[in-house]
Design a protein around this ligand. Structure first.
Ligand SMILES: [Zn+2]
Ligand SMILES: [Zn+2]
Length: 448
């Protein structure tokens, strides 16, 4: 579906505040009730044709989850009303969406989505009505301490945003959004710092991957501590995050990319999108670390040194891949595809640590692990492994997401091979079920 290209006339924040209402373009009106004193002041005489509208959403309520008709409540001054085009089913929220967690107040799940801005609060400066936006799972406010020191992936704006209901069910039950940006509804209402305006005709399903999983993998290999050309990389886990990390490593010019994945069809996709070798952890078992180290030895003989020679005996920490990326995580549900060797996720973390050589870079970006893990104190202390651990792979969303859109447009990031199953809103539960079962790579709900 082509993006909406018509733009509403520019409207300055000052004029909005002066008028107390936002009259934007042909009938598209932004507004407002105050969740802040500013918003209340700006709102003045409230006028809106979006507040009160009804829309459908997949709602987790009590110990059930179903598609419900909701009524939109007044929005805050910094909030944005987005007409959703697509939303990706992130494994992280499968338990919440499938209602296997303890009963909770009504909430629309979400870990990012793509859509068109339909209305804005009077304090919004980042986007305009008519913009196509990526609503990212992690914000970048540009003002908090972590944003200012270049660590936007730990933006703290969410700690200050009021968590208020954005809609109500037919019986008046208030409905919240997961993380204040529930994307499994025809309308989502994020704060503006979650939004990045983009200009592209890439399909909604492909773009939706850039709001969490795909962006995580790409950021891990391209932005956090970028993979160097000609280097060797091992990626544990070939789900949507790992398959994106593999592609990021390929784009950056890695010449050896080893994927470790128990599920056969995922190993095949890994080879298709850039892995040079795939390994099954169930087959290699205790020999996995040594096998990866053997693959990364490079040309060395007893009597000849080549430039950049690598020495060391497999089984020690002196040899291994330059970049080690752990994307597998723990099982939230028993998979219906091939299960890995450790549902807690601890084994993959330990193997990733063990295979990272002295002087190498280790990235851990997966979630869902259970239990504790320990490392030899002396090796942990001073053997020169650099450990990067970050939300969304260290993403700086305002900087990185437009770049990643260009990578899809140029055919460098193959998002189509990852968005393997699309569903309408009415089948959202099914989309989350196949995500939990790991029988598809990435399930995406596409809105009509
Ligand atoms: Zn996610
Ligand atoms: Zn911030």
């Amino acid at each position: 579906m082509a993006p909406k290209t018509s733009r509403a006339p520019l409207l300055s924040r000052r004029s909005v505040l002066k008028k107390g209402v936002a009259a934007v373009g042909s009938g598209a009106v932004a507004l407002v009730s105050g969740d802040t004193a500013h918003a209340a002041q700006a709102a003045g005489q409230q006028t809106s044709n979006v507040v009160g509208q009804t829309f459908r959403a997949f709602v987790r309520h009590g110990s059930a989850a179903s598609v419900e008709a909701l009524r939109l409540l007044p929005i805050g001054g910094r909030q944005v009303v987005v007409r959703t085009q697509a939303s990706q089913c992130c494994y992280t929220i499968t338990a919440q969406a499938l209602a296997t967690t303890p009963a909770m107040p009504a909430l629309v799940p979400g870990h990012g989505g793509v859509g068109i801005v339909e209305a804005i609060g009077p304090l919004v400066k980042r986007v305009q009505v008519g913009d196509r936006v990526l609503v990212c799972d992690t914000p970048q406010c540009g003002e908090c301490y972590n944003c200012l020191r270049g660590r936007a992936y730990r933006c703290q704006s969410h700690l200050r945003n009021p968590t208020v209901p954005y809609a109500e069910m037919a019986d008046g039950t208030p409905v919240h959004q997961n993380g204040n940006h529930g994307s499994f509804g025809e309308v989502m209402v994020p704060y503006e710092e979650y939004c990045v305006a983009i200009s592209t005709d890439v399909s909604p399903a492909e773009l939706s991957l850039l709001t969490c999983t795909g962006a995580t993998g790409l950021s891990t290999t391209m932005s956090f501590a970028p993979v160097e050309p000609g280097s060797s990389v091992v990626v544990f886990g070939a789900g949507p995050v790992g398959l994106s990390a593999i592609q990021g490593a390929r784009i950056m010019g890695a010449t050896q990319i080893i994927a470790v994945e128990p599920i056969r069809y995922r190993r095949e996709v890994a080879l298709k999108v850039g892995a040079t070798t795939v390994l099954d952890p169930n087959v290699d078992g205790d020999n996995l670390v040594k096998k990866i180290q053997d693959l990364c030895k490079g040309p060395t003989t007893a009597d000849r040194r080549f430039s950049g020679f690598r020495d060391g005996v497999p089984g020690t920490i002196d040899i291994g891949p330059d970049f080690v990326i752990e994307c597998s995580g723990g099982d939230l549900f028993p998979p219906k595809a091939e299960a890995g060797p450790d549902p807690t996720g601890k084994l993959a973390l330990r193997q990733a640590w063990d295979v990272a050589p002295a002087g190498g870079d280790l990235f851990t970006v997966a979630v869902g692990q259970r239990g504790d893990i320990s490392f030899p104190a002396n090796n942990w202390s001073n053997r020169g492994r650099t450990h990067h651990a970050g939300q969304l792979g260290g993403l700086s969303m305002k900087r990185d997401l437009p770049r990643y859109v260009r990578l899809i447009e140029r055919g460098l990031f193959d998002a189509k091979s990852l968005a393997t199953a699309t569903y309408p809103l009415d089948r959202t539960r099914e989309a989350f079920q196949v995500t939990a079962d790991r029988t598809t790579i990435a399930a995406v709900v596409v809105f009509g």
